[in-house]
Ligand binder design. Structure first.
Ligand code: RIB
Ligand code: CA
Length: 318
């Protein structure tokens, strides 16, 4: 049976590929998309979610905007990585995408979706966890309708935005703390895992070879994303973080998991937003979180390339 999923995202180049993967693969039932301020402002991430669905022909998936700032502290964005639009690279044109924005806010859409679905739903946040934390605070009774939370964020090691903190968690550490301490089953894919899935020239060439307008747009996205990661981090190829979440749901054997206690540093002068992952059980805290470690990168890229092929109407076996 397909896994019923709500994506909560901040597109964002890698979020965009996660939307494609969730929409394309038959193992996923994409029920709704919600957006949050993160890589860019809420207005831009919401427009980008609509743009991705429009260019990929994804229809009938409601898209609602969530929080425009973190629970506490100042908002930060990542134009150094994702550009001024949040999805720089392709020219999407000036007009409105022909995919509408749902009139509800994100929390209302998530609540309505959870209440309407006959079985518990998996939440897949790939941006700051503000919407998910706000949902749990506002509607604690909905916890029984949430099957699990599969998130991109944090790291078992260094951060990418400060030496200690990964971007999604740093944007809203209190929200991440609420989610990780919620008691719900949480699977966390941090930088230690996502930095294994880099969109190398060989991967980009596979996508280009599909020869469709969507594959060409994906190449433009990856080219911009790659130039940003080269300039900012000196990476030879950009890590496509977010699709590791949906790839895991499609094929749970794709990423090895370990159970560990994960806490969020909220007060450190230089370490606020760090995820402290107790891999060796020295804290005595319950090892409640599933943490992604080793990735089968070949199978990951096969899934991503196939999603672009299917949605783009490219040739080849289904
Ligand atoms: O640190 C990487 C994460 O932050 C990814 O989800 C990226 O899209 C940004 O949201
Ligand atoms: Ca993201």
């Amino acid at each position: 049976m397909p896994v019923p999923v709500i994506l909560d995202c901040d597109p964002g180049h890698d979020d965009a590929f996660n939307i494609l993967l969730a929409a394309a693969h038959p193992a996923i039932d994409l029920l709704a998309l919600t957006t949050v301020a993160g890589n860019q402002t809420l207005e831009k991430t919401t427009l980008n979610a609509r743009r991705v669905c429009a260019v990929a022909g994804i229809r009938g998936v409601p898209i609602a905007a969530g929080r425009d700032r973190p629970l506490h502290g100042a908002r930060r964005t990542a134009e150094n990585i994702h550009g001024d639009s949040g999805l720089d690279g392709p020219g999407f044109g000036e007009g409105e995408p022909d995919v509408p924005q749902d009139p509800r806010d994100a929390l209302t859409l998530i609540r309505d979706t959870l209440l309407a679905h006959p079985e518990p739903v998996t939440l897949v946040p790939t941006g700051p966890l503000t919407n998910i934390a706000a949902l749990l605070l506002a509607h604690p009774g909905l916890a029984g309708r949430i099957r699990r939370i599969v998130m991109m964020g944090g790291s078992t090691g260094r951060g990418n935005t400060t030496p200690a903190a990964e971007f999604n968690v740093l944007c809203d550490p209190e929200a991440a703390d609420i989610v990780l301490r919620s008691g719900l089953p949480v699977t966390m894919f941090g930088l230690n895992a996502t930095h294994q899935v880099r969109a190398t020239p060989e991967v980009v060439a596979r996508i280009a070879a599909l020869g469709t307008p969507l594959s060409a747009l994906c190449v433009e996205l990856l080219t911009f994303f790659g130039s940003a990661y080269r300039e900012v981090y000196g990476f030879d190829a950009p890590p496509l973080h977010d699709p590791l979440t949906v790839a895991h749901l499609i094929d749970p054997s794709l990423v090895e998991l370990v159970r560990a206690a994960v806490t969020v540093e909220l007060h450190g002068t230089y370490t606020r937003g760090a995820t402290v992952v107790d891999l060796h059980g020295v804290t005595g805290l319950p090892a409640a979180v599933e943490v992604g470690t080793r990735v089968d990168t070949d199978r990951f890229w096969d899934l991503v390339v196939e999603a672009v092929r299917v949605l783009g109407g490219g040739p080849g076996p289904r």
